[in-house]
Design a protein around this ligand. Sequence first.
Ligand code: HDD
Length: 709
Amino acid sequence: MSTKAKKSGDKAGTAPGTSGEAHPGAGGETHQVAGGDVATLTTAQGAPVADDQNTLRYGPRGPALMEDFHFREKIFHFDHERIPERVVHARGYGAHGYFELTDSLQDVTRADIFQRVGERTPAFVRFSTVAGAKGSFDLARDVRGFAVKFYTQEGNWDLVGNNIPVFFIQDAIKFPDMVHAVKPAPDRDFPQAQSAHDNFWDFVSLTPESFHMIMWVMSDRAIPRSFRFMEGFGVHTFRFLDARNRSTFVKFHWKPKMRLQSVVWNEAVKINGADPDFHRRDLWDAITSGDFPEWELGVQLFDDAFAEKFAFDVLDPTKLIPEEEIPVRIVGRLVLDRVVDNFFAETEQVAFCTQNVPPGIDFSNDPLLQGRNFSYLDTQVKRLGSPNFTHIPINAPKCPMAHFQQDGHMAMRNPIGRANYEPNSWGAAGGPREDPIRGFRSFAAEETGPKVRLRPESFADHYSQARQFVISQTPIERKHIGDAITFELSKVERPEIRARVVSHLRHVDEDLARTVANGLGLKLPEPAKAARPVIADLPPSDALSIVRNGPDSFAGRKFGILLTDGADAALFDALVTAAETENAVYAIVAPKIGGVTLSDGRAVAAQQKIDGGPSVLFDAVAVIASPDGAALLAGDAAARDFVTDAFAHCKFIGYTPEANALFARAGLADDLDDACILMETADDVEDFVASCRALRFWDRESKVDLDAG
Ligand code: HDD
């Protein structure tokens, strides 16, 4: 790209009508003007612009002129840049990719996307948090949205799911209440992006159906390490319809190729300060480095007979179907291989609607899903300003479309020709016609019954699956659930709300109720009045634990390597090689961003200065220091935090002997354990990297956490 420096006083930079002595405004020596392969700046109307530095005015010091259409157009457009953020899921991040079918579902659905093995369908995915504003931080304790738009050959299919397979409420009419309760209080507009406050727990404690979801949200599922390491769920029961319109019930699952991983709460809090964009940066980095995130799509298929005999109602969105009862059949994979070109145009303007289903996929009577089918379309009009939001490229189907919808704000395409109505007698020129064979047909469900506002009795057991979730966790995960509820309720000011929550926990798990009551300094309250007695203990399900579904390699994870000048070059090289062999990534953290000079004289650039690259940003850390370097680190608070945090978060720590000086000053010298691995040879380095596959050394938590004692 050619650049032409523009000198102060050049004609293009001076105020019109002056001799050229006036100051040119912004730009100065480095100001670039059009020419070569640099495009000419124009107005939105296409008129070339000569001066983008100065408003048109009367003399260099005179008043601005209304006539300055370039100025007015520029400011007018700027003033209108913002659109309303999403009422929920405001903070999100999207990427492009494709879905590839690996197992045909022709036997159960006519949906075009599920017919031909090996065929790829373009897709766009947006991950999100629910409660926080658009500018909030990524590591809030929250549900993560997992919304997928498939551009199928028979219309867009939006699978608008979460990383949790159940929901807080059973009926969409309660959604505004639930969202109001979790969002900042209306009088003070805080707290932001969190559920640890009175309103949320007040609502929850008065809404026992939410307790199953509460167990998930209080687990480490709500603080995922990366979008890449979390599951996704369609939540509701949907229907597949075959060519003869016969129905099979289906629940959708996304399983991450890199398996599950979360962070710990203290780490999440610190990540939010160190890098509020942690998740979006992680996704961006993975895709741009060619390490494409991938999920398998699985389906749980079942018929009416199963629905009849299942212990819960398959229409109840607060219940899941354990994988042990209906196995998840893997039918395809989703690969994200392209970041967006423009955040606003794609991620912000993408409009997911649960009602977008192609022929072969249909809804069930789940009352939450039925309500969602109204809400999403409605909200897009508010957000994007026109019913023509489907004309925006990210929302437009990639298959042929033809219909008689026309006009409205920002219409990009209208029906061509004279006829814009149907039926008409214009023959082929009269436009598109319905196709009873190819077209979407709803399942011909037979519905009868009185018109009522009633919750079915079959939705009334609110605790059994909550309990099943808790007893399916490993001990450390159960501890984290207890810690999280205690933390959240400790932020609740009204004691009666705390007690009411614990009164429900007594139906979920007595141990958990006691732990939380104890943590709050609360006398164990009487159990809440249950709508329906708890079903006898359900068996634990391994699929519900993160730790039991963790990875068996460190691939896709990140080392933080704290280096100093004079650090052992051979050990550093061994670590880099081992990390690369593992398909892991690493970042070098150093006292100065300019990097360090290794023991063999090689210069290595740093990606982070020590106080900008705390260990919470990494999955495992290593300290490779010279004696002088270690002494320097020992005197630096950020370096001491680097190791104490890694230790407190149960991470694996590799270190060279010199680092002992740092550990001593950090107060860790007597506590080093089996996950603190001394690296004196290349073999030690390999052992360290191999150990990191376990991700965390949970045995340590009892030593670093008072509550664990
Ligand atoms: Fe919702 C957004 C997921 C219940 C109303 N929802 C939204 C997004 C996700 C979900 C992932 C963000 C989409 C994006 O990235 O643009 N929502 C869910 C799941 C639910 C659920 C999994 C329960 C199973 N939602 C739900 C109910 C209602 C809504 C019951 C209303 C009756 N949701 C909305 C909304 C949003 C939305 C207001 C806000 C922005 C948008 O739709 O596009 O319409």
